[in-house]
Ligand binder design. Structure first.
Ligand SMILES: Nc1nc2c(ncn2[C@@H]2O[C@H](COP(=O)(O)OP(=O)(O)OP(=O)(O)O)[C@@H](O)[C@H]2O)c(=O)[nH]1
Ligand SMILES: [Mg+2]
Length: 393
């Protein structure tokens, strides 16, 4: 092992090598990784051992799964109805104001404000006839990612949500609140407001790891080929094709190899903005977290201050657009929520497969366009608030 890592980390590594059980190996390797100084010279060692750690954790999960009793539905699991937005905060008394926000937006759980929320509360919020499901989750405690305070169940539901709102009490020190949430999410393999790395890994039958650097940016990393292969093999994969589409780091290779990693979008919601000195805290959030959170909103439920256009802010942030369908001259009240840059084909498929299979043409109505009404085909790209009438053969 390299001398760059220092005596403490060396000793921890030896303990890892001597460890007997899978659990102990994981604990020792985590300890080792926390002790290794993080810089260029140790990047490879860190990535290799993170990869090893991911493999050990997978083995442990597999073992637990195969021995666990029949599955029960967790009370923390919420069936999605509309766009699911989960409110989270750190654990503190009094709370950050999640239940107050849920009640403000949806009218639900009024009697629960000021009481610790131990099981999720749910309500429906409508904006422009689009349904958003607001979930008020129990607060996240330190160690949640390891199971403290039902953390595993809570984080597992969060993984499947469409958006997370970090509710940050502006009347308290804000930094520990944001950092605790970021750290627990990170430990639970949830990456916040990050793009997945530009890497695709496909397992193959051939007994070798093949790398393809597919863009000029990717080719600049070609010198890392052997290190990348080493990390992949360390993860237990001996046969695969790896396609690299852009600039990557070794730790992103580790991320790409982790099948349980999810990428989620999150908004920072400052709460209790009516209390003294909260404008300074809000400014602190803007100054220190804007790079991580493109959307930071200040609110006060006490003063009924909450963005009127919250639904539009969310849709835009999630890169969603509204498309209205028209049938026999009548425009549907409820729009379809589609991905930005969707085509007429996507809309046809969303309504019903038969609209695609029997598609003849569509009539598009776009307010403000030079030609307000026109005939379009399946590949035509749609914009927010477009109205579309599909004609079948
Ligand atoms: N001044 C002020 N107080 C608020 C505001 N929002 C909530 N509170 C108060 O803060 C306390 C906690 O609010 P809750 O909505 O229950 O907080 P929570 O995040 O759901 O708390 P837990 O469920 O315990 O995690 C209550 O006494 C609320 O009345 C606000 O905008 N301004
Ligand atoms: Mg609550």
């Amino acid at each position: 092992m390299s001398s760059n890592i220092g005596p403490e980390a060396q000793a921890a590594y030896q303990k890892y090598l001597d460890a007997g059980s899978l659990e102990e190996k994981i604990r020792r390797l985590e300890e080792f990784l926390s002790l290794v100084p993080k810089h260029k010279a140790t990047e490879r060692i860190v990535a290799l051992n993170k990869s090893k750690l991911a493999k050990l954790k997978r083995e442990l999960e597999d073992r637990k799964r195969s021995t666990s009793a029949a599955k029960v539905v967790s009370p923390f699991s919420i069936k999605k109805e509309g766009i699911q937005i989960i409110l989270v905060s750190d654990y503190y008394n009094p709370g950050a104001g999640k239940t107050s926000i849920l009640n403000y937006l949806t009218g639900a759980a009024k009697e629960k404000i000021g009481c610790f929320t131990s099981l999720p509360e749910v309500g429906a919020y409508f904006h422009d006839n689009i349904q958003f499901q607001i979930v008020d989750m129990p607060a996240i405690m330190e160690g949640a990612s390891k199971g403290v305070g039902n953390g595993k169940e809570i984080l597992s539901q969060i993984r499947a949500s469409d958006l997370v709102c970090f509710c940050i009490d502006l009347s308290r020190d804000v930094k520990p609140q944001v950092d605790l949430l970021l750290s627990e999410f990170n430990n639970a393999s949830i990456r916040i407001n990050e793009k997945p790395p530009p890497i695709e890994i496909q397992k193959t039958g051939a007994n070798k790891v093949q790398l393809f650097f597919l863009t000029s940016e990717a080719r600049e990393q070609a010198h890392m080929a052997e290190e990348i292969k080493e990390i992949i093999r360390e993860n237990g994969i001996r046969n695969c094709i790896v396609k690299i589409h852009g600039k990557i780091s070794l730790s992103q290779i580790v991320d790409a190899l982790n099948p349980s990693l999810v990428y989620l979008k999150a908004i920072l919601l400052g709460t209790k903005g009516d209390l003294p000195h909260t404008s300074e805290s809000f400014q602190f959030l803007k100054d220190h977290y804007s790079h991580k959170f493109p959307i930071i909103l200040g609110t006060s439920i006490e003063k009924n201050m909450f963005p009127d256009n919250f639904g539009s802010i969310v849709l835009k942030f999630l890169n969603k657009i509204k498309i209205y369908t028209r049938n026999a001259g009548k425009i549907a009240e409820k729009p379809l929520v589609m991905n930005k840059n969707c085509t007429v084909k996507d809309v046809a498929l969303k309504i019903h497969k038969s609209f695609y299979e029997l598609f003849d043409h569509a009539i598009l109505i776009r307010e403000g366009a030079q030609q307000k009404k026109k005939r379009v085909g399946l590949e035509y790209r749609l914009q927010n608030n477009d109205i579309i009438e599909i004609h079948t053969i």
